[in-house]
Ligand binder design. Structure first.
Ligand code: MG
Ligand code: ZN
Length: 543
């Protein structure tokens, strides 16, 4: 009798594990039952390695004045109802990936090469998941807070030998007829004549009808991709109001000449409904609104693209605000999927940026403290090092301007004009609860002879270069790297270290939410080509 029951239980356990891939799903709150996938939403935090996710988690849960006020991050909510995996990101023939190659691998499921857009590693175009979805009759969308032509969104809907070819990428994307595209990057969509012909400029200005928009073209031809899009049935939007009132099936929204607002501006203005630019969350909701009208379902990619940029500048305060911005978009998707069983959500990153970490140090070691526990009745509690006060999380959040904007405010630009040490010290100290001294500011603006000069290189063709004491080879963006010198100077006050001004190989997190038979495949140590393949497989599952 006992044996019989035991066998029956064993049989149930075996059946359950065959369905669920040996995961004990009883530990999960409410995994979705097995089923098919109609909609796929891929969310990419650019540069959002595990350290960056960890920073958001530390801030959300443990900052004394966290804006989450006891709520979980949207990423944590998804992880509780889905699975978490890890994925390596490297290109076919190198160790470290850039955003173009990484997104190409996610979009196609095959190995790509550095800085390539939508190609395999020898350079052949590969059909992307977005293109496959389109062929299946699904609606498609791309949303990013950078430029729509930037590496991450581009890799889903363009095929070009180099990520810098944003004019060609813009044309590919319009020709690909992606139903919803919301981001920045107007300068690649308007004819070069706007720069020389007042009538052409006026016509574009009237069409855009947003006074804050800079009307200037980067094109080398007179293609008017806005007109081409309109002829293909797109509505156009250039500010929040225009976006909200769009009511068709196809929408091209370009909300800035170049990149959209940074995370700190976002935090400061997101409640203001008179804003010209929509937030990442608002763009995501609009895309879901339009795409979900398609009875055959949709594929949508949403990028938080400036986490990477803040990390490239070693700007931890701005990076935190970028993570908050991205998590608000994730929260929008989380709310949207409630009650649905037909949608796969994959949240990941393309790589880690900055070699970032909170770290313990010998700076400012706290003094002895009395503790109430038994072990400390006779002795004081006195750790040997500074392990980082939780107040640092609030102080990072209190930063009120990005390093880039602080640099400009101090009178610098990133094309040869340096601010004075006094000006950068004053501007920085005004916008941060951490402080730099005049001696530190002098180091921040210091330059030396460029030891790695490359003629014709976009960043390395300069005689002088910001002066790094160590790891200088990993600071590769010329003038921009002065910003990293700020980050490295204040690191000791933030208990923060940065290993590089570029990317690291660190495997990134993959959170997958959806029908259990689909998401179980992401609970693995993978490579991004596997994430791409698995997601393409899911797309092909018929209802
Ligand atoms: Mg990107
Ligand atoms: Zn990057």
């Amino acid at each position: 009798m006992i044996l019989k029951n035991g066998l029956k239980l064993l049989a149930v356990a075996v059946t359950a594990s065959a369905v669920t891939g040996c995961i004990d799903w009883s530990d999960k709150n409410t995994p979705l039952p097995p089923g098919d996938v109609k909609n796929i939403i891929m969310m990419i935090g650019d540069g959002m390695g595990p350290q960056q996710v960890g920073m958001l988690q530390e801030y959300a849960k443990r900052a004394p004045n966290s804006v989450y006020q006891g709520e979980l991050t949207a990423m944590e909510k998804f992880s509780q109802k889905g699975v978490v995996g890890f994925s390596s990101t490297g290109p076919e023939a190198s160790i470290v990936v850039d955003s173009a190659c990484s997104a190409s691998q996610l979009a196609t499921g095959v190995s790509s090469g550095s800085e390539m857009i939508g190609l395999d590693y020898v350079g052949n175009p590969v059909e992307t998941i977005l293109e496959k979805a389109k062929k299946m009759g699904k609606a498609t969308g791309l949303v990013s807070d950078t430029r729509i032509t930037h590496a991450t969104p581009a890799s889903f809907a363009a095929h070009q030998p180099h990520r810098s070819m944003e004019n060609e990428i813009a044309a590919d994307m319009v020709e690909n007829s992606v139903d919803v595209m919301l981001s920045g990057g107007l300068r690649y969509f308007i004819p070069q004549a706007v720069n020389t012909d007042a009538d052409v400029k006026q016509a574009i200005t009237d069409l855009v009808n947003e006074p804050s928009m800079k009307i200037k073209s980067k094109r080398k031809d007179d293609r008017n991709l806005l007109a081409e899009a309109q002829a293909d049935g797109y509505q156009l939007a250039f500010n929040l109001d225009q976006m909200e009132s769009a009511n068709g099936d196809k929408l091209l929204g370009l909300f800035h000449y170049s990149a959209m607002m940074d995370g700190i501006v976002h935090s400061a203005t997101k409640e203001d409904q008179d804003r010209a630019q929509p937030t990442l969350r608002e763009m995501t909701l609009k895309a879901l609104d339009i795409l979900s009208k398609d009875p055959q379902g949709f594929f949508l990619m949403v990028e938080g693209g400036q986490i990477d940029w803040a990390a490239h500048y070693n700007d931890a305060g701005t990076m935190l605000h970028e993570l908050l911005k991205f998590d608000e978009a994730v929260a929008a998707v989380y709310e949207w999927v409630q009650g649905r069983k037909d949608t796969l959500v994959v949240i990941t990153a393309d790589h880690e940026t900055g070699g970032f970490g909170f770290s313990y140090s010998r700076n400012d070691i706290p003094g002895p403290q009395s503790l109430e526990g038994e072990a400390f009745q006779e002795v004081d509690y006195h750790p040997n090092y500074n392990f980082g006060s939780l107040n640092i999380l609030d102080k990072l959040h209190a930063q009120s301007m990005s390093f880039e904007n602080i640099w400009y405010k101090a009178g610098g630009d990133l094309y040869g004009t340096l601010p004075t040490a006094e000006a950068i010290m004053t501007a920085f100290n005004e916008h941060s609860e951490f402080d730099i001294t005049l001696a530190e500011a002098q180091d921040i603006v210091k330059q030396e002879e460029n030891k790695y000069h490359v003629s014709g290189h976009p960043y390395l063709d300069t005689a002088m270069y910001p002066n790094f004491e160590d790891f200088e080879e990993f600071y590769v963006y010329g003038e921009y790297d002065h910003l990293d010198l700020i980050g490295r100077k204040i690191g000791k006050q933030q208990n923060i270290v940065w290993g590089t001004g570029t990317h690291t190989h660190t495997p990134v997190m993959v959170i997958a939410y959806g029908p259990v038979n689909v998401v179980k495949n992401y609970s693995n140590l993978m490579h991004h080509t596997d994430v791409g393949k698995t997601t393409i497989q899911a797309l092909k599952r018929k209802l």
